[in-house]
Design a protein around this ligand. Structure first.
Ligand code: SF4
Ligand code: SF4
Ligand code: SF4
Ligand code: FES
Length: 940
């Protein structure tokens, strides 16, 4: 019996309607109507040779290798493009068919000789396999010489294109169109002269290609192949793991040879990515073995001293001694810890456990403080759960998609590809963003409404949309009556109907024409399935929590929660920011978002951990900094977070770090925070450990060890050792035991085990007795809190406003090829695409300042100043400037202020009033303004 290869099934039918029964080589098979004969044959155990078909691309019918015979029909139709019919009798093998197929392969081989011994795809090439199967060793036809000797394109740092090996099957072109949605490739020319071309016949690296690798994955030969294959050889082992970059959480196959990663291949069974990846997860993993990795613990007395190497025992003992000393002399609240959204759930859980049980206080916080803490607060209060409501696949059932303050093609690229697929099927798109992001106009995609609001006016905009919904009678009255609190809805409806919330009244605030807001609100309300996806452009504001509540209000009022195709979905930034929040990283919550003041929960943890726990929340990150500056907070354990680069108002942060007596940094590299550290504990990359990440869909996925930790210990082992050195026993032999403990103590994780994760591939929490295999869609039937609660969301302008001194508004974001503070991606070939942070400035604002594209500019705010180069573009509106924060040299956070969200202290990164001036002498200017690097770079 032939084992079905997922690549051999032909295009799946969609949508499934009735069933059809047919015979394939005498075997009876029943399949959904619309199924291709190729797929039906594979299901019946018959393998049909093919070259241009795959199971993820639409049938194309170009190679003519998959020919079949159908009883009662003339000719030899292609099985990939022929649909099944009731009673059909198909023959897949016959001498005639094999002869025809042989001719086809011989024709290919005339243009692509079987010089397989020297080819990197030897043994893995579909043409080689087809030739072997049909007994073709050479071609009787004259060589199709036009392709031979054509120049290779090695411009992309990760993959190469060799036209000599191309059989012009068009799979790459279709993968770029259908899977990635970039439309970067075409087939140009005819016959033997036809060839694949990127954009307007440009080298790949200069073309529109975003280096996602979908074409490489689709190529049946080595025409498009990873450069690493030619260097390292074919992999011998494959380990399924999860990308450690963004919150999409793509499942990847780490393919290795002799413990070296040869390539990362997107896992077709991955529910979050469905066989796709982006340039970061697919190719930018080289940082894990970069020479900058620190492999030995380091210690120093003062931050101006040189580091000295230490053993693990010495470094752990030293840290424990220092922390004990600080607690004895300055009190038990004088130290705390920061968990990492890049580390696993198990590691994050251990750090908060170390702080609560080992340090004996609640001074634990996480980098989610500075990104999605308003999401947790806002959704918990309105809907009852601090997480997104949908799985990514839900977008394929949305009729209207609203993207607010997010840039999916840059920040969440694999989800963006899925979203674009839905848009190409006809869904409507509303974008609310101060910039003209890529989705506003992309190949075959155009936003119906781009609400280009002024930074900081989100709440006024969402209120105006809700005003239209309520005053024009567009609410879903039945839904609201049955699912939401009547009182809170009535109060909210009265509030939102007030004239000051109308689009006409808010137009002067947001800058968005009232007619556009009205049209967008009507589109969203009409749905029938309307889904909201949002990002840090919603949360990183002084009213971040208010805006999250405003979004939830709008979705509830229009009945857009609790089923597929709708919902409120935060696009989480880092790979495990959801998990870090779930695992009790905030100072006021245990795992599963249960408040530390809750007696029963505290008793549960006290019983399990064998300690007495504090009922008062501990310090948040900004409070830790304040306390450090006033002398009451003396020591900090920071796992996998670069506070000195990622937190706002760098001067303030570094002053606080410098004021502490014992800063312990655990990371892969000596990062900016390590400049202020007394102990450096080498971290482990995602390739070096077991564990789980939880993505933006609440999907828990396994991270599996691919290689041994370069420094000898995984991060969870370091935390456990530190706890033991402090006298609080932690003994786990494997992260699965930590997950078992999490599951015992957390109702939404009760049903999670590594065995179940291995069986199902991934699980979306809640996973417990009520939902043993997880919960793809939340709030079905009723909200987690019971009745949905509407909150009043009065717009309060931020105090950070443009003025005569600082007339422009700076907002921040990220680019596809770099990731957060850049520590990982800056150490990969991704710098080919983006090697410095740039300041985007509107042509008008540039002209009045005499700034030309590429000029050095100085940016000042009331917090500080920085220097970077300008990109003059109308992607930003007049009066708005924009930059990324991937490079410490430019340090965007030197200018951001300590303004923050009223409820969660999430910094207001997205609004900083600035002045921008052209610089002839950037170094001299740097010296005159308060800049980073007050502490000299220490020797490692
Ligand atoms: S590059 Fe590969 S996938 Fe693209 S047409 Fe050539 S052989 Fe087919
Ligand atoms: S790497 Fe991705 S974007 Fe680039 S050509 Fe291939 S499929 Fe298209
Ligand atoms: S989309 Fe995100 S999770 Fe997926 S490969 Fe890219 S960076 Fe990794
Ligand atoms: S696989 Fe059917 S025509 Fe190529």
């Amino acid at each position: 019996m032939y084992a079905i290869d997922h690549k051999d099934l032909g295009t799946p039918p969609s949508p499934e309607t009735s069933r059809v029964t047919l015979e394939v080589d005498g075997a009876v098979v029943t399949v959904p109507a619309g199924t291709s004969v190729m797929r039906a044959a594979a299901l019946a155990g018959a393998r049909i040779p093919k070259l241009c078909a795959t199971d993820v691309l639409k049938a194309f019918g170009s190679c003519r290798l998959c020919l079949i015979e159908i009883e009662g029909r003339k000719g030899f139709p292609a099985s990939c493009t022929t649909e099944v019919a009731e009673g059909m009798k198909v023959r897949t093998r016959s001498e005639r068919l094999d002869g025809l197929r042989r001719s086809v392969v011989e024709l290919y081989v005339s243009d692509h000789p079987l010089d397989c011994d020297t080819c990197p795809a030897n043994g893995h090439c579909e043409l080689q396999n087809a030739a072997a199967e049909l007994g073709v060793t050479h071609s009787p036809y004259a060589p199709g010489a036009t392709q031979r000797g054509a120049p290779q394109d090695g411009s992309n740092p990760y993959f190469a294109f060799d036209p000599d090996l191309c059989i012009v099957c068009s799979r790459c072109v279709r993968a770029c169109d259908e899977v990635q949605g970039t439309f970067a490739l075409t087939i140009e020319g005819r016959g033997f002269a036809s060839r694949v071309s990127a954009s307007q016949h440009e080298p790949f690296v200069q073309s529109e290609c975003v280096s996602c690798g979908a074409c490489v994955e689709a190529c049946p030969t080595a025409a498009l192949s990873e450069k690493s294959l030619a260097i390292l050889g074919q992999p011998t082992r494959s380990t399924t793991t999860t990308c450690a970059y963004c919150g999409v959480g793509c499942s990847l196959e780490a393919e290795t040879r002799d413990d070296a990663v040869v390539r990362m291949v997107p896992n077709r069974a991955g529910r979050a990515n469905q066989g796709h990846a982006c340039v970061k997860g697919r190719f930018a993993y080289g940082y894990a073995t970069h020479e900058d990795r620190v492999r030995t613990p380091l210690i120093r007395e003062r931050i101006t001293d040189d580091w000295r190497e230490a053993t693990w025992d010495e470094a752990i003992e030293h840290t424990a001694r220092e922390f004990r000393r600080l607690q004895q002399t300055c009190g038990k609240h004088s130290i705390g810890g920061i968990t990492s959204s890049r580390c696993t759930n198990e590691e994050t859980y251990l750090v908060q456990k170390l702080v609560r049980a080992g340090f004996g206080n609640n001074n634990v916080d996480t980098c989610a403080r500075v990104c999605h803490s308003p999401t947790g607060y806002g959704l918990k209060h309105t809907l009852g759960e601090s997480a997104g409501t949908q799985e990514f696949a839900s977008v394929m059932k949305a009729d209207v998609i609203m993207v607010i303050g997010a840039n999916p093609t840059e920040g969440h690229p694999v989800f963006a590809s899925q979203l674009k697929r839905r848009l190409r099927q006809g869904a409507k798109l509303i974008i609310a963003d101060p910039r003209v992001i890529g989705l506003v106009r992309a190949p075959h995609v155009e936003a119906h409404h781009h609400l280009q609001l002024q930074p900081g006016t989100n709440v006024a905009l969402v209120n105006a949309m809700a005003h239209v919904v309520v005053t024009e009678g567009l609410t879903k009255a039945d839904y609201v009556a049955s699912r939401c609190e009547a009182d809170s809805f009535a109060k909210w409806a009265a509030f939102i109907s007030q004239p000051q919330n109308s689009p006409e009244a808010t137009e002067a605030i947001t800058g968005v024409p009232a007619s556009e807001v009205r049209a967008a609100a009507r589109t969203y309300a009409a749905g029938p399935n309307s889904a909201i996806y949002y990002g840090l452009g919603v949360t990183e504001h002084s009213q971040g929590t208010t805006m999250v509540m405003g979004i939830a209000n709008l979705a509830m009022a229009t009945g857009n929660l609790g089923r597929e195709g709708v919902g409120v979905s935060p696009l989480r930034g880092q790979n495990n920011v959801q998990g870090a929040c779930d695992m009790g990283s905030f100072p006021h919550e245990f795992t599963g978002y249960r408040h530390v003041s809750d007696e029963a929960t505290r008793r549960l943890f006290e019983g399990a951990w064998g300690v007495t726990l504090e009922a008062e929340p501990g310090l948040r990150i900004p409070n830790m900094f304040e306390a450090a500056l006033d002398g009451s907070f003396r020591g900090l354990y920071v796992q996998g977070e670069d506070l000195a680069q990622s937190d706002p108002n760098t001067q303030h942060v570094t002053a606080a770090l410098r004021a502490m007596e014992c800063v312990v940094v655990q990371d892969l590299f000596l990062n900016e925070t390590a400049r202020f550290a007394h102990v450096f504990l080498p971290g482990s990359s995602f390739l070096e450990k077991d564990g789980t990440f939880t993505n933006a869909e609440r999907r828990i996925s396994r991270v599996r060890k691919v290689m041994e930790p370069l420094a000898g210990l995984a991060d969870w082992e370091v935390t456990a050792r530190l706890a033991n050195a402090l006298g609080y026993e932690m003994s786990y032999s494997h992260p699965s035991e930590i997950m078992d403990e999490i599951a015992r103590l957390t109702p939404t994780f009760h049903g999670v085990t590594y065995a179940k994760l291995d069986r199902l591939g991934s699980i979306q929490w809640p996973c417990n007795e009520k939902a043993p295999e997880g919960t793809p869609t939340m709030h079905v039937g009723q909200f987690v809190r019971g009745k949905g609660k509407f909150y009043l969301t009065a717009y309060v302008p931020t105090s950070e406003r443009a003025s005569r001194r600082y007339p422009l508004v700076l907002t921040t974001g990220r680019v596809l090829t770099q990731y957060n503070v850049g520590a990982q991606t800056r150490r990969t070939a991704n710098v080919v695409w983006y090697a410095e942070d740039r300041l985007e400035i509107h042509p008008h604002d540039a002209e009045v300042r005499g700034i030309a594209d590429g000029d050095w500019v100085g940016v000042t705010s009331r917090a500080g100043g920085t220097v970077l180069r300008a990109t003059v573009t109308d992607r930003v509106a007049h009066g708005v400037v924009y930059t990324t924060f991937h490079f410490p040299e430019s340090g965007a956070n030197l200018v951001t202020t300590e303004n923050s969200d009223w409820a969660t202290n999430c910094p207001e990164y997205k609004v900083t009033a600035v002045q921008v001036v052209r610089l002839d002498h950037p170094d001299a200017w740097r010296g005159r303004h308060r800049m980073q690097r007050a502490v000299p770079e220490p020797a490692a």
